[in-house]
Design a protein around this ligand. Sequence first.
Ligand SMILES: *[C@@H]1O[C@H](CO)[C@@H](O)[C@H](O)[C@H]1NC(C)=O
Ligand SMILES: *[C@@H]1O[C@H](CO)[C@@H](O)[C@H](O)[C@H]1NC(C)=O
Length: 468
Amino acid sequence: MGSLSNQQSQHDDHTSMEQVAVIMVPLAAQGHLNQMMQLSCLISSYGLPVFYISSAIHIRQARVRVNGLNPLDVAKIHFHEIPVPPFASPPPDPNSSSKFPEQLQPAWNASLSLRQPFAAYLQEMSEKFKRVVVVHDFLMAAVVQDVISIHNAESYAFNCIPAFSQAFFIGEGVLDSSAERLKELHSLQGCIPEKMLEFVAIHAEPLRYRAGDLFNTCRLIEAPYLDLLEKEESGGNRKTWAIGPIVPTKLSSAAKPANKCLEWLDQQEPKSVIYVSFGTTVSLSDEQIKELALGLEQSKVKFLWVLRDADKGDIFDGQVRRAELPEGFEERVKEVGKVVRDWAPQPEILAHKSTGGFMSHCGWNSCIESITMGVPIAAWPMHSDQPRNTLFVTQVLKMGIVVMEWEQRTELVKASAIENAVRRLMASEEGNEVRKRAEDLAATLRQAIEPGGASRLELDSFVAHIIR
Ligand SMILES: *[C@@H]1O[C@H](CO)[C@@H](O)[C@H](O)[C@H]1NC(C)=O
Ligand SMILES: *[C@@H]1O[C@H](CO)[C@@H](O)[C@H](O)[C@H]1NC(C)=O
């Protein structure tokens, strides 16, 4: 698959001095662990040894939830555990007015203590390899900052959100002059709590040590925003590579796994089903779940609903809340809908011919999978970059509709509003238009990641740069 095969794929002491090692440092949150895992497989396909570094808990999480990747590709990654001190792992609060996953904060704070052991590991690796390349989550910059004291090491930030949303975070000065649309969402209020902003601030200074940026996005859809970010960095010699969409490699070729979601989809009409999932960081209140259930039922549209509670810092730690559905709901809808509470194969669901829409919180993993599979989105943003991603998907890409305006985020979304959004996406002229647009975009993006495509060329260029 890789076009630069002069590197050995196996880590071998005899040859390692000529080799470049790539060390991946993800943030301990599912969406981030997942994108970093996919990126690891991609870089490894060029024949470079790739090391994936995290706590034992989060490496286990990343591995058990691998979605759509070829096991043979995952087997080539070297997983390296670094102990973190014990951290609290409280349950999410489904009744909180903010949907931000504050329950993950203790795990993230604990990750800051990886700095010293990581520095020691880096030192060791720098003696074994010609060059050590650290690719770290934006929010792990403080952990990898000692890279600057090692002569044959360098670091690159991996951005897990679209450039559009990232550009917004830079500040209004930039927005005023360059990107009219970004002004529509002014404040971070309700997106990110104060405590998290403090955590983000810890990484600001160390981020200045990075040699460049990788984006899980494609220049064909984000050129103006990538340009904006590059302009902000001018003066330094940082480079930006837009290498996305990073999607599982296996989907296009290998057979689908046996799974009850996919078997159920097999029995439905093409593009007839709306897939409903709000990712791994959102816990809906009992009241909201009831409205959602009734809204789906009243829409009379077929649905596949993944109903899960948000992750805890340690997903293996104890009981998880099992949300109640309205009395008799599953029995009443059994001809038209399916509710799933297990981990679902989302990329395969979105790639399935029966799936015609996605009701989503607009986390970037979900957006990018939906965009690449040509599935239009009914956007219901919850926190962080999601309100901006929603704007990007619905107003810039025009491949989605909005379920709920961000201004109404503290209100209960009523069954009638949900019913209306589902019908607009799945059974209206407007829905057909955004679906057509989603399908066209998917064709463009899938081409971009083929050999010679826009994003593939940028990835080739990144790999050529690090093995220079
Ligand atoms: C959330 O509120 C409901 C009542 O509105 C209550 O029954 C439930 O126990 C609360 N859940 C938690 C986890 O606090
Ligand atoms: C995490 O660290 C931030 C920033 O130092 C601090 O404000 C916050 O209280 C800490 N939170 C937890 C849960 O440890």
